[in-house]
Design a protein around this ligand. Structure first.
Ligand code: LLP
Length: 440
């Protein structure tokens, strides 16, 4: 077991994060509880930014807020001078409510509604990442209605798909997102956007995957995009101001995971962009990136209380916790792997194999299979690490389980940033049934 950020064992043998004993957090806020190590979030944000600053490259590091969208986390992104990627009216609403500077908001999505586009224009978001032909016509209409010129990036699929250490390159990509770079659709989109005075085409966007452990895919994507940009310059005289290479930088969920440090991904990207700009005689464009997981993923820890146990003799010991796929659907959905420890027994040796079960009515609701833990008993606190990205943001109310509270810790202080859902919250949208006969 290894610990992230400020996490450590304290003198009582308890897990401490941000200078706070997590067993005290459990007493104060209850469990399950999401705990975010804010110093670690800041450290990541600064590492990404520093790599660009040291290379004197104009850049925007946008927090992909889908990883964990909440007012408080958006405010941390603002404090750190990040930009913000939003993918829905709801994420945009959260950003606005958090007071995030709208000129640094980038709006994504493969099926933005007219209302969402209109909302983005009312708030003067910095740029809209245009995904498809329907959106071009809808956005043009909205821009005219608002009397505004819209800055846009074109999202392209470059035929590079990356995941962990593997990448696949194809001539054409089978994806619901963006314009294909190789079958003429991206060029047609660029032509349409350039022909309209409703748009200011800033440049190109691509996102090649998630939980990526090396830089090869980003370099290949940059190569493919620049080759096309050189063709488009011949035809349309277009020079990009911005190249957005997306997010997807990996984190260390388990000891098998070996991502690069944030600055390394950036260095390879910068190198690739400079080489290509030089090769085709372009000015070096601004480089934008969109990390989500790598900013908040390993900063998050979920604290559960252990309840029942079931021993299947000769086979397995199931240890059940008071949450599960309602607060972390990733193991069920992606077979995602996590490390864990007993927060109140950090010095005990991990000499017992167990499988951690959730409390939801589904056999697939298993958080961790076959993990080495100390001997546990009811009331112990299980800490599952690296749950900060796509945990709370994908939480749900299956079995009418209320969503956990979220607390930020930093420098020995804790702060509640999302309240625990109550049973009243669970039914607050419900309306009682009235018989149809009665209504007449
Ligand atoms: N930019 C775009 C256009 C994206 O689609 C994504 C993630 C990101 C940035 C941020 O990627 P990150 O740095 O977080 O890997 N629910 C899945 C992950 C879905 C990612 C979707 N797009 C999971 O839990 O693993």
């Amino acid at each position: 077991m290894f610990l992230h950020g400020t996490s450590r064992h304290n003198d009582l043998g308890h897990l401490e994060i941000g200078g706070i004993d997590t067993t005290e957090l459990a007493k104060k806020y209850g469990t399950p509880l999401y705990i975010y190590d804010i110093a670690l979030v800041r450290d990541r944000a600064r590492s990404f930014k520093k790599a660009f600053e040291e290379a004197r490259i104009s850049a925007q590091v946008a927090y992909a807020s889908k990883a964990f969208s909440s007012i408080a986390m958006v405010q941390i992104a603002k404090e750190e001078g990040l930009s913000l990627d939003v993918v829905s009216g709801g994420e945009l609403y959260t950003a606005v409510a958090a007071g995030f500077p709208s000129e640094r908001i980038h709006f994504h999505g493969n099926n933005k509604s007219y209302e969402e586009l209109s909302m983005a224009l009312s708030h003067d978001v910095g740029c809209i990442v245009v995904d498809n032909f329907h959106e071009i016509s809808q956005l043009e209409k909205a821009a005219r209605e608002h009397g505004k010129t819209v800055s846009v990036l074109l999202r392209v699929t470059p035929g590079v798909e990356a995941h962990t250490h593997d990448y696949i390159t194809t001539g054409q990509e089978d994806s619901k997102f963006g314009f294909d770079l190789h079958n003429g659709q991206a060029e047609q989109a660029a032509k349409n956007v350039l022909a309209s005075d409703a748009f200011n085409l800033l440049g190109i966007h691509c996102h090649i995957g998630s939980q990526i452990f090396d830089a090869t895919g980003f370099v290949l994507a940059a190569d493919k995009i620049f080759a096309k940009l050189a063709e488009w310059r011949e035809s349309y005289g277009f020079e990009p101001k911005v190249l957005n290479l997306g997010g997807g930088f990996g984190i260390r969920y388990t000891k098998e995971d070996e991502p690069l440090p944030p600055g390394e991904y950036v260095k390879h990207m910068i190198q690739a962009v400079k080489t290509n700009a030089d090769r085709y005689s372009f000015r070096v464009p601004e480089i934008w990136i969109e990390p989500g997981r790598s900013l908040v993923g390993d900063a998050g820890t979920t604290l559960y209380q252990i309840g029942s146990k079931k021993v299947v003799p000769g086979l397995r010991e199931y240890v059940a916790v008071n949450g599960g796929m309602s607060d972390n659907i990733r193991p069920a959905l992606y077979q995602a792997k996590y490390e864990a420890a007993i927060a109140n027994k950090m010095n005990a040796s991990h000499n017992k194999k167990a499988s951690v079960a959730g409390k939801l009515c589904e056999s697939g609701d298993m958080l961790i299979w076959d993990i080495d833990l100390p001997e546990t008993e009811a009331g112990d606190l299980l800490a599952v690490f690296c749950t900060g990205a796509y945990g709370y943001s994908m939480a749900n109310n299956y079995n009418r389980i209320p969503r956990p509270a979220v607390v930020f810790v930093e420098d020995g202080k804790d702060q509640l940033v999302i309240k625990r859902e109550t049973f009243e919250d669970l039914i607050h949208l419900d309306l009682p049934y009235k018989s149809i006969v009665e209504q007449k």
